[in-house]
Design a protein around this ligand. Structure first.
Ligand code: HDD
Length: 738
């Protein structure tokens, strides 16, 4: 698939090294004639100290690893573009948000808790980081697929991370929150109640990274030309909808294909199924800051879309896979502190702490302050300043000045224009020429800076600030349960059941009964129905009041805790459930397993494959061996998937075609496992006429998601049912635990 080019990929391409048709050399370019044998004294003899080619090779190998990210270590990246589609000129000067502007992006999705090599299907938050390479520098929107956070103040960040990571003595469990230290922390921090419900929802086990939402979590600010600010929350809405897998599936996918999400993203882009998200904003005028029942600076709160609608302002399309995982995905340095003109921080105390942490971690992880010069991190509009030297410096700074102000360097690099005038004392800067920061040596404005002509440079939004220096927390942050309740009440019955099961699973893995009880007491405050159902699974009756220890720690922040909450504006939101609404949904890019064997009827395969592919889905043929599948009529087809290598949990729906393969399938336990498990996980199963009898050998019972060829409009119905993503009603009706 030919990939799309944009200014960033063109910049990157200049760094791509292709070994094809090249002679092997050392790192200094010296041709190598033997890459198999070290230099020895005699062909059995000791190796020699003077083997500089061996040292060149080993020295590099020994240093291949860099520290993995302390959180979000496991990630997958892709390139793409963002196109702005709305006129926001009255609320932000952000250049990349000007209607019609197309900006290159690099996106990295991640899990939070697991190590770099951990499974994609962990129950966890997914990171959603976007680096926009704008004409006014790089802008990083470093969000998550969950709109709220565990904690309100950055001071607690290392604590929540230490609690969820493997326990420090035995370093288990890997990529899992189901252990004592996590729930110990959560049960002592009532502010984490809201997010803990999201993490126990199906949002935390996505079907695909292409099917997750993204949120800025924090409220940021837009700044317009007059310096006036508007509060803003960002939302990414996936075109394919938001979908999860069942927990039982997630656990099995981790075994069958731990790279399930990474592979899915790569394959989709590789096959030209470019994933897309719309970018939406919730805008709150400065003067409405205090208008809500919650504090918009509190990162444990959403702004219900019923209160402030999401306005779609553009679309992101991911259309190119990285050339090299390490150079791009691993070395990408995201930082919510990288803002561009027109966007500013709010005073959210979690966000304020992040501004330090990311820069600090990149300096450590990427080995010094020149990480901006790594190809993936370079801005497309160039960087020109007096910062110099340091480990791994790549730019060759020209001229004898590296200070400001200067006259020797013609006053360059010069300040951005303020209000259309050339700013500051460097009045002659407009004549920037080859002697200065204009590294192309051609004189005049550097071509890459053309897009910045007339920019005011980065302007912090106007804000009056006053107050005593205190280590305190506002009482407007003290309501920890109202929005958790809003989330629970907004879910469908099936989703609530999944959440109850998830809490029951996690708390059953906790060894300490004290912790289980403490958490149940928190959940009781959220919603008695939730706490009672979980309590039943744990054999515990939830306490109606918070545990003394929880209260003690909550009173560190709010001495009068609990504080009477404000009445919420919204008690149930239509935007929080993932359940596909009637008549909506798509089967685009869904993977349908065709379960067959030699002797299968070509017609029976072909007509269904064509119909599914027309609707955008993909048919994957599964047989008992790789190589050539032999059709009943003698035709053959190459097979790459088998009952040995694949599992039902990796597919969205199933079809058993007819033909002479039926007798083999009837005796194939792996086939029966496929359809039984597919049914258990509430997926849609279709059977050709000859294959309908196979159902008798399974525990499948006829329902809307079990489709037979002998029924009218069966093919259209197969597709209609698949659009629902899952037949969750099956789980409720038959108590099939998915
Ligand atoms: Fe963070 C990485 C998202 C709070 C400190 N964070 C990281 C990544 C994402 C987020 C998506 C992965 C970036 C990548 O792909 O390279 N983090 C969030 C969100 C938060 C949040 C949405 C709250 C709303 N983070 C947060 C706080 C702190 C950090 C409060 C510290 C005070 N986060 C980090 C970090 C990481 C990081 C330690 C690890 C690797 C990295 O930065 O580059 O600095």
């Amino acid at each position: 698939m030919k990939s799309k080019k944009n200014p960033k990929t063109e910049q990157l391409d200049k760094h791509v090294v292709d070994n094809m048709d090249r002679m092997m050399t050392s790192n200094d370019g010296v041709p190598i004639h033997d890459n198999n044998n070290t230099l020895k004294a005699g062909n059995r003899g000791p190796s020699l100290q003077q083997d500089h080619l061996f040292f060149d090779k080993l020295m590099h190998f020994d240093r291949e690893r860099i520290p993995e990210r302390v959180v979000h270590a496991r990630g997958s990246g892709a390139h793409g573009v963002f196109e702005a589609k709305e006129d926001l000129s009255d609320i932000t000067v952000a250049d990349f948000l000007k209607k019609g502007t197309v900006t290159p992006v690099f996106v990295r999705f991640s899990t939070v808790a697991g190590f770099k090599g951990s499974t994609d299907l962990a129950r966890d938050v997914r990171g959603f980081s976007v680096k926009f390479y704008t004409q006014e520098g790089n802008y990083d929107l470093v969000g998550n697929n969950i709109p709220v956070f565990f904690i309100q103040d950055a001071m607690n960040f290392p604590d929540v991370v230490h609690a969820v990571k493997p326990e420090p003595d035995k370093e288990i469990p890997q990529a899992a929150s189901a252990h004592d230290t996590f729930w110990d922390f959560i049960s002592l921090m009532p502010e984490s109640a809201h997010m803990s419900l999201w993490v126990m929802s199906d949002r935390a086990i996505p079907r695909s990274l292409r099917m997750i939402e993204g949120f800025s979590v924090h409220t940021f600010k837009f700044v317009n030309a007059e310096g006036k600010t508007t509060f803003v929350k960002f939302h990414w809405k996936p075109r394919l909808g938001v979908h999860g897998v069942a927990w039982n599936e997630a656990q099995k996918i981790s075994g069958f294909d731990a790279d399930f999400h990474r592979r899915d993203l790569w394959d989709a882009i590789d096959q030209g199924n470019f994933p897309q998200w719309d970018l939406g904003v919730q805008l709150i005028p400065e003067e409405d800051e205090m208008k809500f029942s919650f504090d918009i600076l509190d990162p444990t709160k959403i702004i219900p879309e019923e209160l402030v609608p999401v306005k779609i302002i553009g679309t992101m399309t991911l259309n190119r896979n990285p050339e090299n995982f390490f150079a791009e995905t691993e070395q990408a340095a995201f930082d919510p502190g990288r803002l561009v003109p027109g966007i500013d921080f709010s005073d959210d105390p979690l966000l304020q702490g992040r501004i330090f942490s990311y820069m600090d971690t990149q300096n450590y992880r990427l080995g010094g302050p020149n990480f901006h010069e790594l190809p993936i991190n370079r801005p497309v509009n160039g960087k020109y300043n007096n910062q110099k030297d340091g480990f791994g410096r790549m730019d060759v700074l020209k001229g004898n000045t590296s200070y400001f102000p200067n006259s020797q360097g013609n006053g360059c690099p010069y300040h951005a224009m303020l209000n259309g005038e050339m700013g500051g004392s460097e009045g002659n800067a407009g004549s920037a020429d080859g002697k200065s920061g204009s590294s192309d040596g051609k004189g005049g404005m550097h071509a890459a800076q053309a897009g910045m002509k007339g920019t005011q440079g980065y302007q912090t939004g106007r804000q009056e600030v006053q107050g005593l220096k205190v280590r305190e927390r506002s009482n407007s942050f003290a309501d920890h349960f109202t929005q958790a309740r809003l989330f629970f009440n907004s879910l469908s019955e099936e989703e609530q059941t999944h959440m109850i099961n998830a809490f029951s699973f996690e708390l059953s893995k906790v060894n300490s009964e004290d912790i289980r009880k403490r958490e149940l007491a928190i959940l009781y405050q959220v919603e008695p129905k939730l706490a009672n159902a979980i309590g039943k699974n744990l054999g515990l009756t939830p306490s109606k009041t918070l545990d003394e220890l929880t209260l003690k720690f909550a009173r560190n922040n709010h001495p009068d805790y609990p504080i009477k909450p404000n009445k919420p504006e919204v008690e149930k939101s239509a935007y929080l459930s993932m359940k596909v609404k009637d008549g909506e949904g798509t089967i685009e890019t869904r993977q349908v397993a065709f379960l067959l064997d030699d002797g299968v009827s070509f017609e029976s395969v072909d007509k269904v494959r064509k119909a599914l592919e027309k609707a955008g889905a993909k048919a994957v043929l599964i047989s008992s061996k790789v190589g050539q599948l032999k059709y009943k009529g003698g035709e053959t087809e190459k097979i790459q998937h088998t009952y040995l290598t694949d599992a039902s949990v990796c597919f969205d729906a199933f079809y058993t075609p007819g033909g002479d393969s039926i007798a083999k399938l009837a005796e194939n336990p792996d086939y029966l496992q496929f359809i039984n498990e597919g049914y258990r996980h509430c997926k849609v199963l279709a059977f050709a006429k000859d294959a309908e009898g196979l159902v008798e050998r399974s525990f499948i019972r006829k329902d809307e998601g079990v489709v037979f060829e002998s029924e009218s409009d069966w093919l259209a119905n197969f597709i209609t049912q698949m659009k629902k993503h899952r037949i969750w009603a099956r789980e409720m009706a038959r108590k099939v635990p998915s």
